[in-house]
Design a protein around this ligand. Structure first.
Ligand code: 13P
Length: 252
């Protein structure tokens, strides 16, 4: 079976001034040994993107935008295009985070256009999926996630999606302190991999990293990472605290 390099990614959301961003990068890089050789990604706010990318040069940390617009430029007040994100130093972008879906109204159709825009400019996409509590309670979890994958990634070939990263983030576990159990995560991750195998072939499915997100902490990362189909974590709150994020990167 393919050995997948683990990814530990931090989504800083709407946090950190320039000075706080710089301090956090310093805290993540000074005297740090990346014991698992994990791929490390941080997603700062746009205002800190260029600064963080500059500070991460020559380190193992890669930089992601939290979102990109689907057009390269134009009259889209407040939006940031993939060209701009790349210019600022991003190599990756998150697309379809549940806060984008629920707070900003990103639909599957919009997300599909954003994925296209990111791929057009060579940004690696971290595509997020996840069910709400109501959907879990009515037994719709796997259906919901399959539909998000199907619609969000519509019309792309395996070749185009090469390098894609998926993040499973149950909405009920984000910022709530509630974490999916390792078994719940494994069940959904296995279903996602099965879907990828059916849609894009087994090689693609085996190579794709599937991250878990939702209240990942230094205290629960080990048991989640122990699951076969969990290839990494997308961390919110604890990615803002250097000491916690360092421990998560060095999961056991
Ligand atoms: P928390 O780790 O704060 O629950 O956030 C998860 C998340 O949304 C990462 O994208």
């Amino acid at each position: 079976m393919t050995k997948r390099t683990p990814i530990i990614a931090g989504n800083w959301k709407m946090h950190n001034t320039l000075a706080e961003s710089a301090a956090l990068i310093k805290g993540l890089t000074e005297n740090f040994e990346n014991k698992q050789n994990a791929e490390i990604i941080v997603a700062p706010s746009y205002t800190s993107l260029a600064k963080v990318a500059e500070l991460c040069k020559g380190t193992a940390i890669k930089v992601a935008a939290q979102d990109v617009h689907w057009e390269d430029k134009g009259a889209f007040t407040s939006a940031v295009s993939p060209v701009q994100a790349k210019d600022a130093g991003a190599t990756h972008t998150i697309i379809g985070h549940s806060e984008r879906r629920s707070v900003f109204g990103d639909t599957d159709e919009i997300l599909n256009k954003k994925v296209a825009a990111a791929l057009r400019h060579g940004l690696t996409v971290i595509f997020c999926v996840g069910e709400t509590l109501a959907q879990r309670e009515t037994g719709e979890t796997l259906q919901v996630i399959e539909a998000q994958l199907k619609n969000g990634l519509k019309d792309f070939t395996a070749e185009q999606l090469n390098g894609l990263i998926i993040a499973y983030e149950p909405v009920w576990a984000i910022g709530t302190g509630k974490t999916a159990t390792p078994e719940q995560a494994q069940e959904v991750h296995a279903a996602i991999r099965q879907y990828l195998a059916t849609a894009y072939g087994n090689d693609f499915a085996q190579a794709t990293r599937i991250l878990y997100g939702g209240s990942v902490k230094d205290s629960n990362v080990d048991e989640i990472m122990a699951k076969e189909d969990v290839d990494g974590a997308l961390v919110g709150g604890q990615s803002l605290i250097a000491e916690k994020f360092r421990r998560i990167i060095n999961f056991n």
